[in-house]
Design a protein around this ligand. Structure first.
Ligand code: GLP
Length: 246
């Protein structure tokens, strides 16, 4: 794992945005893997600023060639629900970058059969050639996407139940009520994540310091899904000073 520690969140967001933009402009044939969560909000804001300042022709090329797959979505929520990741992506990425929404893929939370939808989504990603650069945040319990502990190293894209701690942490988008957070989600699995050419793990804030430290210090285990990143040959950790144990 390569590690870059920057002083604060704005510096991390700028560097992450720079790497995402470079991926889109330099290797447009490879899909970008995208994440949601509070950590990513400043990253998408920085990305939008950078895209706005591109020369028009380059911005149009970026829009034309955009291809991304998000990690996950809540079961039961569609693009019309304010708490869905589809809504987050519309507000943070599709509208600000003026992208064609069809080019920003997410699992369909409204699908009648979520397990079948997980299989469809995984197949769509395979057909698109898999992921070039995968952006990842880190859950407080060590989850990646919604790969909750325990998750095997080869866990596939699937529908699963969310842990209480995750629903509590994500309650802000649901009026602060953990019980309003959907109990299930569809997520790309560890298998699809680890198959990415490169991984960009973005971690900020003291609340993540302990779990981040454990993810790379202890032998990989299903009980800490992020620890499987030790098995990937090209992980870049971008962290702020607060997230790194001195
Ligand atoms: C959610 C997402 C994850 C994300 C995690 C961390 O559960 N499914 O992909 O990494 O939250 O969120 P935050 O950045 O808000 O700490």
């Amino acid at each position: 794992m390569r590690r870059i520690v920057l002083p604060d969140v704005p510096a991390v967001a700028e560097r992450a945005a720079e790497l995402l933009l470079r991926q889109r402009l330099e290797t447009p044939e490879r899909c970008l893997g995208l994440a949601t969560g509070g950590t990513m909000e400043p990253v998408y804001a920085a990305l939008a600023r950078r895209v706005r300042s591109l020369p028009v022709a380059e911005r149009q090329r970026l829009q034309r060639q955009w291809r991304s797959f998000n990690l996950d979505e809540y079961v039961g929520l569609g693009a019309d629900h304010p708490g869905s990741f589809a809504t987050v992506m519309r507000h943070r990425l599709i509208d600000p970058l003026d992208l064609d929404g069809e080019k920003v893929q997410l699992p369909d939370g409204r699908a009648e059969d979520p397990s079948a939808e997980a299989r469809r989504y995984a197949a769509a990603l395979r057909r698109a050639g898999g992921i070039g650069l995968q952006l990842l945040g880190l859950g407080r319990n060590g989850h990646l996407g919604f790969n909750e502990p325990p998750s095997a190293v080869d866990a596939p894209c699937r529908c699963l139940s969310l842990r209480t701690v995750t629903r509590e942490h994500n309650a802000a988008a649901f009026g602060g009520r953990p019980e309003a957070v959907p109990p299930r989600a569809i997520t790309l699995g560890m298998a699809e994540i680890l198959a990415a050419d490169r991984i960009l793990l973005v971690v900020t804030g003291t609340a993540k310091a302990d779990v981040l430290q454990r993810a790379f210090a202890e032998p990989p285990t299903p009980d800490l899904p992020a620890s499987w990143l030790q098995r990937h040959p090209a992980v870049l950790l971008l962290a702020d000073a607060a997230a790194v144990v001195p």
